[in-house]
Design a protein around this ligand. Structure first.
Ligand SMILES: Nc1nc2c(ncn2[C@@H]2O[C@H](COP(=O)(O)OP(=O)(O)OP(=O)(O)O)[C@@H](O)[C@H]2O)c(=O)[nH]1
Length: 313
């Protein structure tokens, strides 16, 4: 069974200190312990604790250096760090706080005080995590929002650039959605957006597939390590699955709800620098051509797909 208690990493080179903190906190938290600076960096990166209690005077790498390393790493930079130290000069405390630590415990510490301050920091972390989550999610569909997508695109493009990997970008837009809202109302319109989001999740379900609501009735999918053929196939599967829902749409030339999809590709081993804005623009241009050439179809920038929608009125 998974332990849902918040996780605290305690790093100290004195066993007695670890023991005192462990005994004082073990009832409310999962505790992981380490005794060196290397342990601190390794365990923080692997376990992603909710809080680190970090001794400053470690033998191999000082607590200050560990703090710097954790704050410089995007994966660990938001983990709160509290310094635990016998050093009690004003300069030490200032240095620790300037490096990004959130609090400072002096040895010998009072366990009741440690408990209260740890609880406060954990509570703050929970709220910050929740805010971060809410600011990255589209409330209607539960998909990533545009903001999260932009961040993901940036890091994925950098990865693909370094590793010469293929990427496909699918831009998906519901056809005649204004008319759909006008005919059936906004609540049904919202339902349609949720249904399309479910189709996208079903059709792009590999661990590295990233789906987001790009805005309004537009969605975007980034497929990592994928060829143009794979991108076009996923796009066509999406188009077909939405069509097969047979959701009535009297304002559409097909009689049912449909989507158009534009697909842009970055091919591996091309050796050119990838421009992420141009990548999105290419997908958007293909989507535009899909709309212009009749909707309910896929246009890929790399090859023509002969898709004949079969539900014409
Ligand atoms: N119900 C609902 N409608 C939305 C939402 N976001 C955007 N829309 C509507 O989506 C419609 C998009 O319309 P247009 O951009 O004109 O495009 P379209 O009618 O789909 O036409 P084509 O894209 O050319 O097929 C607008 O009427 C928006 O109000 C939403 O969250 N819920």
């Amino acid at each position: 069974m998974t332990d849902l208690k918040p996780k605290i990493l305690i790093v100290d080179d004195e066993r007695l200190n670890i023991r005192l903190l462990y005994e004082g906190l073990k009832d409310e938290y999962q505790i992981i312990v380490g005794s060196t600076g290397r342990d601190a960096i390794r365990l923080a990166t692997k376990e992603l604790p909710d809080l680190v209690l970090l001794d400053i005077g470690l033998d191999d790498i000082s607590g200050h250096e560990v703090c710097k390393a954790l704050k410089a790493n995007p994966t660990t930079k938001n983990i709160p760090i509290i310094f635990v130290t016998a050093q009690d000069t004003y300069e030490d405390e200032l240095k620790g706080l300037e490096l990004g630590a959130i609090d400072y415990f002096r040895k010998p510490f009072s366990i009741p005080l440690v408990r209260v301050r740890v609880r406060n920091q954990i509570e703050l972390k929970r709220k910050t995590d929740m805010l971060q989550y809410l600011s990255s999610i589209d409330g209607l569909t539960g998909l990533a929002n545009r903001r999260q997508f932009d961040e993901h695109l940036s890091s994925t493009v950098r990865y693909a650039d370094r590793q010469h990997r293929g990427l496909c970008l699918l831009m998906i837009d519901i056809d005649r959605f204004k008319q759909y809202n006008d005919l059936y109302g906004h609540v049904r319109g919202d339902d349609a957006l949720k249904v399309v989001a479910r189709v996208l999740k079903k059709c792009a379900a590999r661990p590295l597939d990233f789906i987001a609501r790009f805005g309004g009735e537009e969605f975007i999918i980034l497929l990592t390590d994928s060829s143009p053929e794979e991108g076009a196939l996923v796009a066509e599967r999406i188009r077909e699955q939405v069509e097969k829902l047979f959701i009535p749409h009297e304002g559409s030339e097909y009689g049912f709800l449909s989507v158009s999809v534009g697909v842009a590709n970055i091919k591996p081993d091309v050796g050119e620098h990838i421009d992420e804005r141009a990548f999105v623009e290419h997908a958007d241009t293909c989507l535009y051509f899909a709309k212009e050439s009749g909707r309910n179809r896929v246009i890929s920038e790399d090859f023509e797909l002969q898709i004949k929608p079969n539900s014409k009125k």
